[in-house]
Write a protein that binds this ligand. Sequence first.
Ligand code: SF4
Length: 103
Amino acid sequence: MIYRELKNKVLSNVAGLVLTVENLNDPELEAKRKATCEGCPMMDQENRRCKICTCYIDAKVGIKVNHNPLKLMRSEITHCPLGKWDDVDVANHYRKIDNKTLL
Ligand code: SF4
């Protein structure tokens, strides 16, 4: 039990780092993403992390492509898991791969 909790904590912290493959370099879009997250009930305001993907939002909004440590370092187009960044198609692409209900 303790091992599982420790493993989850380590994985969560690694996931929070959002392992960058390619930066976005689009300040306008980054600001738009951040504003969306800051108004989202799934944002942990105290720690500035998304409660779903566990990513640190201030880092995540500036990334175009990342490795996902929770998915065996799968390369992903950086996206909102709920499609709130006007990216439902991208979110659904990964939800389909992960056998999750589509948005
Ligand atoms: S990434 Fe999506 S679900 Fe997570 S806090 Fe931002 S808007 Fe909410």
